[in-house]
Design a protein around this ligand. Structure first.
Ligand code: MF3
Ligand code: CO
Length: 267
């Protein structure tokens, strides 16, 4: 069952969404060559205590026994990388997936960044990042009441395919509200015109996971870390969005710290 957020409760979704975006951006700012993923996790744990009245909680920590305050996935790691002793190097691409709750509502968001700046990676990796971000932004722009959820899924898949990359199929976006994971699942592929129709008050985590090589993934023996089977780099961007009368509102506005020129919309 898809739960709707009332206009009164949308205030809480905005509050937690902005908190999670601020936390995500602060973690991204903390990344530099030589930092360990465990240090980022410690930074996130301290930062989360400074949010609002101090009661914000990580949505990752303890989720099915997950040990980190956020997920940190490097290079061929798609999602659910566990923070630890790994030292980040110039040229690594790092996905930081930050989710959490405040006053009973959840937000969820992800950025993939390049350690040492975009010049530290190949043109192919820059394409991967561009295409993944583009697939998210294109999907969000198409969200409004009355469209089928699978229209959004299809747009992600199409954008990714046109960019010469592949969509991970085993994991999806999801509804998010009073729980981190709610109905409906939001696949990043599919035929248009199917499945649920979007209504005002739905709140969704849209999160394309995109590979530079083949789409296949596997889970490492730690039981969590999902990697591309071919070992090629992979990227992940995510917003929590609300479906409103005139379109989507991005509830996790991390883009304020990572502006995206509108140029890619042309041609
Ligand atoms: N933020 C992740 C998502 O989009 C959830 C991570 S749960 C964890 O669903 F346990 F893996 F951390
Ligand atoms: Co999510």
């Amino acid at each position: 069952m898809i739960k709707l957020i009332t206009p009164e409760n949308m205030v809480h979704m905005r509050t937690v969404g902005r908190m999670m975006a601020n936390l995500l951006n602060a973690c991204c700012d903390y990344v530099r060559p030589g930092v360990t993923t465990g240090e980022i996790d410690a930074f996130a744990r301290a930062y989360i205590k400074t949010l609002g009245d101090g009661t914000a909680q990580s949505g990752c920590l303890g989720y099915n026994g997950y040990p980190g305050a956020l997920c940190i996935s490097v290079n061929e790691e798609v999602i659910h990388g566990i923070p630890g002793a790994r030292v980040l190097q110039r040229g690594d691409i790092v996905s930081l997936d930050v989710c959490g709750s405040y006053h009973g509502f959840y937000g969820d968001n992800t950025r993939t960044i390049v350690v040492g700046g975009a010049e530290a990676v190949t043109a192919d990796v820059r394409r991967l990042l561009r295409v993944t971000r583009q697939s998210l932004e294109t999907a969000v722009q198409a969200i409004r009441p009355g469209v089928h959820l699978s229209d959004i899924s299809h747009l992600v898949e199409k954008t990714v395919a046109e960019g010469g990359c592949t969509v991970v199929r085993e994991y999806t976006g999801h509804g998010v509200g009073r729980h981190l994971h709610e109905d409906p699942p939001v696949p990043n592929y599919g035929k248009p015109g199917r499945g649920p129709i979007l209504h005002e008050g739905m709140t969704l985590a849209i999160e394309p996971m995109v590979n530079l090589g083949k789409a296949a993934v596997r889970v490492l023996s730690d039981g969590w870390t999902v990697v591309s089977r071919d070992g090629l780099p992979t990227a992940h961007f995510e917003y929590t969005v609300a479906v409103l009368k005139d379109g989507a509102e991005i509830l996790t506005p991390w883009y304020e710290a990572d502006p995206w020129s509108a140029d890619w919309m042309k041609s």
